[in-house]
Design a protein around this ligand. Structure first.
Ligand SMILES: [Zn+2]
Length: 132
């Protein structure tokens, strides 16, 4: 199965179970809530579980380095690795977020596959100049 088919099938499945949150307002609030839940799940890996820690300092990289080589100096600030439990919890929250993103696409008549392709093209075109 091609990835495009999976994305299309996923959007169809979301549309089938969307009946409870048919209103754009319900969907928007659930989308927002899903972002918070993902943030909370990631935060709890540090504060509750402790499988990862965050050690953040200002990013430093040589002035003369090309933009392309900058990535080797950039640090995620994450120390450690997710345990199985945290990995599963975060995956569920990401999935929930993806559900509501897809639901919003459907309610506003976007194809999720088109959105992914558009962003993929943008990344390929802008490449290392995409500093968001
Ligand atoms: Zn953990």
């Amino acid at each position: 199965m091609k990835s495009g088919e999976i994305v299309g099938d996923f959007q169809e499945a979301v549309e089938e179970v969307l009946i409870r949150h048919r209103s754009i307002l319900d969907c928007l609030s659930k989308f927002h809530e899903s972002t918070s839940r993902a943030n909370r799940a990631i935060t709890k890996t540090v504060t509750d579980c402790g499988c990862i820690s965050i050690n953040a300092i200002k990013q430093k990289f040589p002035q003369k380095e090309s933009l392309k080589d900058c990535s080797k100096y950039m640090d995620s600030h994450i120390k450690g690795e997710l345990c199985d439990h945290c990995r599963e919890t975060i995956a569920e929250e990401f999935g929930n977020h993806l559900f509501y993103l897809t639901a919003l696409c459907s309610l506003l008549d976007y194809s999720l596959e088109d959105i992914i392709n558009l962003e993929y093209d943008r990344i390929n075109t802008l490449g290392h100049f995409l500093l968001s």
